[in-house]
Structures are given as structure tokens and as C-alpha cells.
Design a protein around this ligand. Structure first.
Ligand code: NAD
Length: 257
């Protein structure tokens, strides 16, 4: 039985992932701010280190797969703290426990929003790993409704870049730990509930996020892909960002491959 750590396990894609793993007879250590096996706030340094300590205790020191899914979509500095620094800290912090597994795997959730033009100053601070500079820039962006919306996509772009840069390294690929990401289009979870509440809202969102193949979808469909990426069957994907987005990447990025 594989032991899986799932962050964001209380809602949406994380909850669907936890349920799918349990249905398949696997063990899950759920992590979330509340209603989980490990309740921590991933926006804080203390929460991130408690995550590692508590998972070490609960798992007995070995973890087979880490699913870093927890995230926020508010135009606030917290989105930077959770989506980028919380995710990186989850993966880096649990890597020594993964290294104890005979078949370790790691996966995170980026977004098709990583394709939107980023705020360059925030992106630079994120890629430099400078949390205080990133939070200071996010505070500036959040002050203006026209720029607050850049925070989420920029944090996700940084996360996608982090996967590309990190996955081939000796600590990951060199230690036989595949590290990959999914980048969903619009998934019907509490995060997007307001954006999909009326026909008008759905049409507006579909303009921004074109999904010609089957449109918005259920979290279970994202969970199926995550579970495969974290399974023993996946031994050769390294640093891939799989767009599960009904075609928004194909439409928006077109020929740039
Ligand atoms: P959700 O709001 O249903 O679930 C997110 C979970 O993360 C919640 O349970 C929440 O409590 C947890 N979380 C938030 N802040 C936290 C913190 N500080 N500490 C610990 N846990 C925290 O949203 P979802 O749609 O399931 O999103 C999951 C992931 O998928 C996120 O990273 C999101 O950015 C990404 N994503 C979602 C969509 C979408 O359309 N829903 C699209 C692309 C990417």
C-alpha cells in the first residue's frame, strides 16, 4: 500500500484526489488548513515546517507520493505565499521522506493561468526565492484592482518554471523521483464557483479561457491524471507540465512548441 501526502485535501481537486486514492486502496495523509489529518497554514514558515514534522510522524518516515495541490485564487499576497512558497516548501520539505520510498513520485498543480502575461517584478522575486520581496510586490499589485489579477497567474508561472528547473536536478531526477505538474483549465470547484454561477459569468470566463474540448470539468478528471503521474507506472516524465485544459493551451500558445 502506497502512502500519499495530499495538500488541499479538504476541497476541490485535492479532495477528489484523496477520494480516488482511497478508493484504490491507498493510504492518504491529508493536509489542509482545517478538516485534514495535518492541519497547517501553508502561508506561514511555521505551518510549512509543522507539515514536514507531522507527516514524518504519521508516515513513519517514508512517503511514496506527494501531491502539492493546496492553493488560493484571491488577488492578495496570501496567494503568493501559499501557491508558490507553500508548494515549493511542501515538495522540498518532504523530499527526504520520498527518498526513503522504493518508487517515489511528486506532482503539483499549476494552471493554464501561467500562460497569461505575468508581472515581471513579482516573477523575478519568486524565481529568486525571495519571499519578502515577492510579498512586498504582491502588496503593491493588490492595491489596484487592475493589477491584483496578475498575482495568481504570475505565481503559477513561477511554479511551472520551478518544475522545469528543479525536476532534472540530482536531488530529484538523479534520485529517481519524477517531479511533474498539471495545468488545469477551469475546474468546477469552490475556487471557481462564483465565476461559473450564472450563464453570463460562464460565458465571460469562456472568453478568457477558451476550452473547445468538453468545456469546464469536474475535479475528479484532474485527480485521475494526478494519480497516474504519481503512480509507479510513471517512470519517465520529468519536469512536464501537462495541460488538462480542454485546449486552452493549444489555442493560446498555438505553434510555440
Ligand atoms: P479549492 O478552493 O476547492 O481547494 C483548495 C484547498 O487548498 C482548500 O481546501 C484550501 O483550504 C486549501 N488551502 C488554501 N490555503 C491554504 C493554506 N494557507 N494552508 C493550507 N491549505 C490551504 O480549490 P481547487 O480548485 O481544488 O484548487 C486546487 C488547486 O488547483 C489550486 O492550486 C488551484 O490554484 C489549482 N487550479 C484550480 C483551477 C480551477 O479551475 N479550480 C484551475 C487551475 C488550477
Amino acid at each position: 500500500v502506497r502512502t500519499n501526502v495530499v495538500t488541499g485535501s479538504a476541497s476541490g481537486i485535492g479532495k477528489a484526489t484523496k477520494e480516488l486514492l482511497v478508493e484504490r486502496g491507498q493510504r492518504v495523509i491529508g493536509v489542509d488548513i482545517a478538516n485534514a489529518d495535518v492541519c497547517v497554514d501553508l502561508s506561514t514558515v511555521d505551518g510549512r515546517s509543522r507539515l514536514v514534522d507531522e507527516v514524518r510522524d504519521l508516515s513513519g518516515g517514508s512517503v511514496d507520493a506527494v501531491f502539492a495541490i493546496a492553493g488560493l485564487a484571491t488577488p492578495t499576497p496570501s496567494t503568493v505565499a501559499v501557491n508558490y512558497f507553500g508548494t515549493v516548501a511542501t515538495l522540498e520539505g518532504l523530499r527526504p521522506l520520498l527518498a526513503q520510498s522504493p518508487a517515489p513520485r511528486a506532482v503539483l498543480v499549476s494552471s493554464m493561468a501561467a500562460l497569461f502575461p505575468p508581472d515581471e517584478a513579482l516573477l523575478d522575486a519568486l524565481l529568486a526565492g525571495d519571499e519578502s520581496a515577492a510579498l512586498a510586490r504582491a502588496v503593491q499589485l493588490a492595491e489596484n484592482p487592475d493589477t491584483g489579477g496578475l498575482i495568481y497567474g504570475t505565481a503559477k508561472r513561477a511554479l511551472s518554471r520551478w518544475v522545469r528547473r528543479t525536476a532534472p536536478r540530482p536531488e530529484w531526477a538523479g534520485a529517481s523521483i519524477p517531479l511533474n505538474a498539471i495545468a488545469p483549465g477551469v475546474v468546477l470547484t469552490p475556487m471557481t464557483a462564483d465565476l461559473t454561477a450564472s450563464d453570463e459569468a460562464r460565458q465571460q470566463l469562456a472568453q478568457l479561457v477558451p476550452m473547445p474540448l468538453n468545456g469546464f470539468f469536474e475535479p475528479r478528471d484532474a485527480a485521475e491524471l494526478l494519480v497516474w503521474l504519481a503512480s509507479e507506472q510513471n517512470a519517465h516524465l520529468c519536469g512536464q507540465i501537462i495541460y488538462i485544459d480542454g485546449g486552452s493551451d493549444a489555442v493560446m500558445r498555438g505553434d510555440s512548441v
